[in-house]
Write a protein that binds this ligand. Structure first.
Ligand code: SF4
Length: 320
């Protein structure tokens, strides 16, 4: 079966007074129809840049996709002009952002915000668009959707705004939904509800979901596959089951040990140190200054991505 989205050797660079650096560094990843794929890593690891690169939303300058291909149903998104990309974003690939208040326009009613892309991309009239808006709002479990359609974003709670964002992303029936930390700003109970909702809608649309998060606990119930990113590179890629059972990369092991939503809450061990700046990456394995298992070779040569077990990929000298 051909992947719905096939990312090949994607590199996205950013420039700053310190020089030019790769925020996403030759990342290859394929994404199947109906699949939930989680992209996991701390902030600064390149997850959001990867998502924005797919959508053609990298601010240029200072950023730019410098290499690679992003094949959507066989067509390279990187070859498309802004009009074509806008059509893809409105109709086929949608994104749900972390903080709904930054993505929702405070001066427009919810109805106008959701209806606008429908009128634009589907060429339907205002009345029809409004019906679709109410339908989308009720699909995401918003009580009294007709009333909420008339509200302004600030009149809604955080959980409700996030539901509105999901309704907005789904109104055009995308076949790929990219959700960037969709529940971070919400409390734990609402988080679980929103995740269940996204899962349910994904199944109903037979679409694919790319879930971006720093919290492996959040995706444990949902993802079929997990890609762990560190300093712009994929360091582990695996089916979710084996990865949770036996994480191979020391970074994945560290992420799992530091997850508050998994297992015993008293037993949280944060990973020491911080993610390095992309403008000042260490030599060798980029994780070596923080890795409890580092040995001499690690600080000298960057390990390649290898497949020590069938279907499990890892970038670490321990598995060479
Ligand atoms: Fe740790 Fe070395 Fe593996 Fe990097 S290559 S993760 S430093 S053991």
């Amino acid at each position: 079966k051909a992947p719905i989205l096939d990312i090949r050797k994607l590199t996205t660079c950013f420039s700053s007074p310190q020089g030019i650096a790769k925020a996403v560094d030759t990342v290859s990843l394929s994404f199947m129809q109906g699949e939930t794929l989680a992209i996991v890593g701390e902030s600064g690891c390149g997850k959001t840049v990867l998502a924005l690169s797919i959508l053609g939303l990298i601010p240029d300058p200072p950023g730019r996709v410098t290499e690679g291909e992003i094949l959507y149903r066989g067509d390279d998104l990187l070859d498309m002009n802004e009009d074509e990309l806008r059509r893809i974003r409105g109709n086929h690939i949608s994104m749900i952002f972390q903080e709904p208040m930054t993505a929702l326009n405070p001066v427009f009613r919810i109805n106008d915000q959701i209806a606008e892309p429908l009128i634009l991309h589907r060429r339907i009239d205002k009345g029809e668009a409004r019906e679709k808006v109410v339908e989308a709002l009720s699909l995401v479990g918003i009580p009294n959707p007709a009333k909420v359609a008339e509200a302004y974003p600030h009149e809604l709670s955080g959980g409700m705004r996030q539901r509105v964002m999901i309704a907005m992303a789904l109104a055009c029936d995308p076949d790929i939904l990219i959700a960037d930390e969709p529940t971070t700003a919400l409390d734990v109970t609402i988080q679980a509800q929103i995740l269940d909702l996204m899962n349910e809608l994904k199944e109903r649309m037979d679409g694919s979901l790319m879930l971006i998060t720093h919290d492996l606990g959040v995706v444990a119930r949902m993802a079929q596959r997990v890609a762990v990113m560190y300093s712009g590179k994929i360091v582990e890629l695996s089916e979710a089951g084996p990865l949770y059972k036996k994480p191979l990369h020391p970074y994945t092991q560290g992420l799992l040990a530091s997850v508050p939503t998994l297992g015993d809450r008293t037993d949280i061990t944060p990973i020491p140190g911080i993610v390095p700046s992309i403008f000042d990456l260490p030599e060798g394995c980029r994780f070596h200054p923080r890795c409890p298992k580092a040995f001499a070779k690690c600080s000298l040569i960057l390990p390649p991505l290898t497949e020590p077990e069938p279907g499990r990929f890892v970038r670490c000298w321990l598995y060479d």
